[in-house]
Design a protein around this ligand. Structure first.
Ligand SMILES: [Fe+2]
Length: 428
């Protein structure tokens, strides 16, 4: 099991105070995210990859009931005898009829019953953590897991609202104006043997371990994310109609899906608009492009005369950077333009950054024993690594070694593009 102590990371301050306070902070954050939604909103599943908010609320409680309360509390009385079955995340792997695409049919239990389930679990967890000197390893894992689902609540409801012709707003628009994006510059990194992976200073998932050495050739990393204005230039240059720019699978997908722009973009007359968690609005050219697939990120990079970074290049560049940025706590819930500061910006927050690295085990990796081992190792096939978190990631959840992963065609996460370039010496 990875380490369980928590570093102080930014404004959420969930690591401060007692284990009970930390637990309560994460659990209440989930419910705060769900509060703007109606009971009807919470039941919607707009596609197989997404889940209803109600399911997220219940499944995160299922984790604590299954992995902490049942094994640890003698005589613990589960809230409902079938919830352990209903809100388990891996039905699909055993061919169950309540498979993932069917989560939206669960009109029962009601949303109120799910909140009662949460309260039941919280009461038992609070008693369990009373007087604990530190957060137990499985509880820490459950809290990190819940933070992942906090992000999914927002990404999944955004997709559901986009599928609704009324295009509802999750939250009413606030001030969204951004300054112009600074010019893109390139930051150089020398060749060398570098250590990557979790360094043991705080919580890490098993897929960030073991820490090991890699050799990186000299490279350059773009100072900020690719902007909407830059991506519009790619579209205007027939980027979506030129097969030479695309990976073979990407080109097949573009044609099959008739993609002509990122997910959530719509052309209305001469204006491009985009769906946000605040409803539809005009594209802001200074903001980072978002909701692109790996295929689109790769094609854009080729068009721009660059490439995507490897996950190790990204981590080498990010290792010394502070974990600051536009996270869910900002309330913006949308990527923001880069600031004019020196060096690298937007590494953390705003948009997950596609890397060119396949999601694969590190040397010496072993899947943890037991059911908790189902979360990472079994997905190490046909997925690409993304780094850095997004504008809907909790700040205390992200770190330089964090490896997110999605299939190349996925677009409903807040996924964007940072460019890299190789620096080859003469004759190499
Ligand atoms: Fe889960």
């Amino acid at each position: 099991m990875p380490g369980t102590s928590d570093r102080k990371r930014g404004s959420l301050r969930v690591s401060e105070g007692s284990p009970r306070a930390r637990y309560a902070g994460v659990r209440s954050a989930t419910e705060a995210l769900s509060r703007p939604l109606t009971a009807e909103d919470c039941g919607v599943q707009s596609m197989p990859d997404a889940s209803p908010t109600k399911w997220h609320l219940a499944h995160t409680s299922w984790f604590f009931e299954t992995f902490v309360l049942r094994p640890e509390i003698p005589g613990y009385r589960p809230f409902h005898p079938q919830f352990g079955y209903l809100f388990n995340s891996y039905y699909e792997s055993v061919g169950d009829r309540h498979a993932r695409p069917q989560r939206g049919v669960l009109s029962r239990p009601t949303l109120d019953e799910v909140y009662s389930y949460r309260a039941h679990v919280d009461a038992a967890m609070t008693a369990y953590l009373d007087g604990a000197a530190a957060v137990p390893a499985l509880v820490e894992l459950g809290l990190q897991h819940e933070q992942q689902h906090q992000e999914l609540i927002l990404t999944d409801i955004k997709h559901a609202f986009w599928c609704n012709a009324l295009r509802p707003a999750y939250r009413e628009p606030g001030a969204m104006a951004t300054p112009p994006a600074p010019p893109l510059s390139w930051m150089a990194f020398p060749a060398g043997i570098r250590a990557v992976g979790a360094d043991g200073s705080g919580f890490a998932y098993d897929n960030e371990l073991p820490r090991h050495r890699v050799f990186v050739e000299p490279f350059e990393l773009a100072s900020r994310l690719v902007t909407n204005a830059e991506y519009l230039a790619f579209i205007a240059d027939s980027g979506y109609r030129r097969p030479e720019l695309w990976l073979s699978e990407g080109w097949e997908t573009v044609r099959a899906m008739d993609w002509r722009a990122p997910l959530y973009w719509e052309q209305r007359g001469d204006e491009w608009q985009v769906m946000t968690l605040h409803g539809m609005r005009a594209i802001d050219g200074a903001e980072p492009v978002c909701h692109v697939s790996y295929y689109e990120a790769d094609a854009y990079a080729r068009w721009a005369g660059a490439r995507l970074p490897s996950e190790f290049e990204w981590e080498v560049a990010a290792a010394a950077e502070p974990i600051t940025g536009n996270f869910v706590e900002s309330g913006r819930l949308h990527p923001a333009a880069a600031s004019n500061g020196r060096g690298l910006s937007q590494l953390f927050g705003d948009a997950w950054e596609w890397t060119a690295s396949a999601y694969a085990p590190y040397p010496g990796y072993r899947t943890p024993a037991g059911a908790v081992g189902e979360y990472n190792g079994k997905f190490m096939c046909n997925q690409l690594v993304l780094r850095g978190g997004s504008c809907v990631t909790p700040q205390s959840h992200i770190r330089a070694s964090y490896r997110n992963f999605f299939p190349a065609s996925a677009r409903w996460q807040f996924s964007g593009i940072r460019l890299a370039r190789s620096v080859l010496s003469p004759g190499s």
